[in-house]
Design a protein around this ligand. Structure first.
Ligand SMILES: [Zn+2]
Length: 363
C-alpha cells in the first residue's frame, strides 16, 4: 500500500500534541510541504514510489472530492448476524431477508470493510460511500454449509457465505467480506472443517474468536479468560497455522471485570500467544468512526441484524435514521491515508489512531 506520511499539526483544533512518528517498516516517500514546520516532517530516502514523489499536502487535499461531503467521523455499523436459515428470529435471518439486507446496503451507498481494517483505521472505501462491517457469531453450519448435488458436495447457495458469494459476483465493487466468530466447532460438518477454513481465508473473509465455552466473561478470572480465548485460537491454528486471530466477539456481550481486561487483550495458552485488537459487544447501536475518541476497541458496539423484537435498535431502524439525517454516517473521502472531517467534529479526532495520516478539516 502506498504510504504517504505527512505530519501536520492539528494543535489549534484538537489541543492534541503532534503525532509521534514511528518508523514504518518500509520508509515512506515524502516531499516536504512548504508550510509544515521542519521538525514535523519525516525525512525519507526511499524514492522508489515515483507516483507519490511530487505530491504535496495541498495536492493530496485538492484530490479529495469535497462535493461528496466526506465525513470520516461519522458512524459505522458493525452488523451482528448469527444464523441464516428458514425460520426468521432475532438470532436468524431467512435467506430472502439476508438478500434484502445486502441489496439495501448496496443500493444505499454502503460498501463492506473488514473488522480488522476498521480496528487499524485502514478505511479503503471508495469516495462517497459508507463502510459497513458484517459479523456472524457462533460459527453455525448455516453460515457456511456444503450440500450434496448430483453426488458432489457444493456450497449451499442459501447459507450466509453462499448468499454473500452471490452478491460478490453480482456487485464486484461491493467489496464483500465478513468476520466469522468461532467456538469449538467451526461451521459444523467436521469432515470439511479444513476445506472450509482454507476457503474462508482464501476468499477474503476473516475469522474471530467467540471463546471455548461461550461463558460470560464477567464471571471469569485471568487464567480462565486465557483458556477461553487461547484454546479457540489453538483450534483454528490446527487448521490454519499461519492465520493470526485478532478479534473477539464477547458471548452474551459480557465484558470481563476491569482487572482482567488485559488478559482478554493479551495472553498465552499452551505456548501460543494472542493479541486482540477489536472486541465486540452484543448489538444495540452503531459504532463510532475508528478515528473517534469515543471508540473503545475493547468494547465495540454492534447493531442487531434483525427486524423483530429489537426496540427500535434493529438494522432498518438505523438505516432509516441515516436516510432521514437523524444520525450521521461515515462518508469516505476515498483516500485511506487522509482523514477528512467536518470542523464541528474535530474535537473528537483521536490522533493515536490517525497516526501519520493526513488530516483534512473543512468548515
Ligand atoms: Zn454466541
Amino acid at each position: 500500500m502506498k504510504k504517504i506520511i505527512i505530519l501536520i499539526a492539528l494543535l489549534m483544533m484538537t489541543g492534541c500534541t503532534a503525532p509521534t512518528a514511528e518508523t514504518p517498516e518500509e520508509p515512506p516517500v515524502v516531499e516536504a510541504p512548504v508550510d509544515v514546520h521542519p521538525e514535523e516532517q519525516e525525512t525519507d530516502t526511499d524514492k522508489s514510489n515515483e507516483e507519490d514523489k511530487d505530491l504535496t499536502e495541498e495536492d493530496i487535499i485538492a484530490s479529495i472530492d469535497m462535493s461528496l461531503n466526506p465525513n470520516e467521523l461519522g458512524e459505522i455499523m458493525i452488523l451482528m448476524y448469527h444464523g441464516v436459515g428458514p425460520e426468521e428470529s432475532v438470532w436468524q435471518r431467512t435467506p430472502d431477508n439476508f438478500r434484502k439486507d445486502l441489496e439495501y446496503m448496496y443500493q444505499n451507498g454502503y460498501r463492506m470493510i473488514s473488522l480488522n481494517d476498521y480496528a487499524k483505521g485502514e478505511i479503503k472505501t471508495e469516495a462517497g460511500f459508507t463502510p459497513i462491517i458484517l459479523t456472524f457469531d457462533d460459527g453455525r453450519q448455516n453460515n457456511f454449509n456444503f450440500i450434496e448435488v448430483n453426488g458432489e458436495m457444493v456450497l449451499d447457495p442459501d447459507c450466509a457465505v453462499g448468499i454473500m458469494e452471490e452478491f460478490k459476483n453480482k456487485y464486484p465493487d461491493f467489496n464483500v467480506t465478513a468476520s466469522f466468530f468461532l467456538g469449538t466447532n467451526p461451521f459444523g460438518q467436521k469432515e470439511y472443517a479444513q476445506e472450509k477454513l482454507d476457503w474462508i481465508i482464501d476468499n477474503g473473509y476473516d475469522l474471530g474468536n467467540h471463546t471455548y465455552s461461550h461463558n460470560e466473561m464477567s464471571k471469569l478470572n485471568s487464567d480462565e479468560i486465557q483458556i477461553e480465548i487461547g484454546s479457540v485460537n489453538n483450534i483454528i491454528k490446527q487448521y490454519l497455522p499461519d492465520y493470526v486471530v485478532e478479534t473477539l466477539a464477547l458471548p452474551h456481550g459480557s465484558n470481563p471485570k476491569d482487572e482482567f481486561i488485559e488478559s482478554m487483550l493479551k495472553g498465552e495458552y499452551e505456548g501460543n500467544k494472542y493479541e486482540t485488537i477489536a472486541v465486540l459487544d452484543v448489538g444495540w447501536r452503531p459504532s463510532y468512526s475508528p478515528f473517534d475518541t469515543l471508540t473503545n476497541f475493547n468494547s465495540l458496539y454492534r447493531v442487531t441484524a434483525s427486524e423483530i423484537n429489537v426496540d427500535n435498535c434493529g438494522i432498518y431502524d438505523y438505516f432509516k435514521s441515516y436516510e432521514d439525517n437523524i444520525r450521521e454516517r461515515f462518508i469516505s473521502d476515498g483516500n485511506p491515508d487522509v482523514v477528512t472531517i467536518p470542523k464541528r467534529h474535530s474535537e473528537y479526532l483521536n490522533m493515536d489512531i490517525v497516526e501519520d495520516r493526513l488530516v483534512n478539516v473543512y468548515e
